[in-house]
Write a protein that binds this ligand. Structure first.
Ligand SMILES: [Zn+2]
Length: 207
């Protein structure tokens, strides 16, 4: 499995990191999945070599703008490139989110075959990957996703034991840390809370 961090920033731009987006790939079977699609992720797709033409499925953790802002720009880019499909999978409310976005930008209605599926804290299959969802602690419903024993992505969440248990035994946990220590905020750990490594945009790890 290969994991490429497209965006590792938060809702407050640094000038270096775009917002949340990760590509999970299994090269042996040519399976590919985009997890979250914040602002800037559409630009990172061609920069990473993955390309927006090759991403037909997006799994979203939750509906905060810094995780979904590039969903419709991705849909439009795929339409313009002649791609015919896009599947969006996410927690409860994902269908309403897409319906509302397409109400506002109604010229994008029916441009591609858009399939929307809602998932929860259970096991499911998406783009050929077996994934398990887990409810995190955030200011809106949010799911962490575990890909077997290899990779877990927390989405946004405060750090708590249940999440650590969910990721236990996994080779890599990519965990949200959105704010510097000086900012006192609920629902997110700060950057320097732990002895961890930091991912940068366009970093790739092989698992
Ligand atoms: Zn959030």
């Amino acid at each position: 499995m290969r994991v490429t961090f497209l965006g590792t920033g938060s809702a407050m731009p640094t000038g270096e990191r775009y917002q949340a987006g990760i590509v999970v790939e299994d090269e042996t079977s040519d399976r590919r999945l985009l997890v979250d699609c914040g602002s800037g992720v559409l630009q990172r797709l061609p920069q990473s070599g993955v390309g927006y033409e090759n991403v037909s499925t997006v799994l979203v953790t939750h509906h905060h703008l810094d995780h979904v802002a590039d969903l419709l720009p991705l849909l439009k880019a795929r339409w313009l490139a002649g791609e015919e499909h896009l599947e969006v999978v996410g927690p409860s409310g994902t269908k309403a989110l897409l319906d509302d976005l397409l109400d506002v930008h109604d010229y994008l209605q029916d441009r591609v075959d858009l399939r929307v599926r809602e998932v929860g804290a259970h096991e499911f299959e998406v783009s050929g990957f077996d994934v398990e969802g887990f409810e995190t602690r955030h200011s809106m419903p949010c799911l962490a996703y575990r890909f077997g024993d290899q990779f877990t992505f927390s989405g946004d969440s405060e750090a708590f034991e249940g999440l650590a248990n969910f990721a236990d035994g996994c080779e890599v946990l990519a965990h949200d840390c959105s704010f510097p220590d000086e900012v006192d905020v609920d629902n997110h750990p700060s950057v320097y809370d732990g002895d961890v490594g930091f991912a940068d945009d366009l970093r790739t790890i092989e698992l």
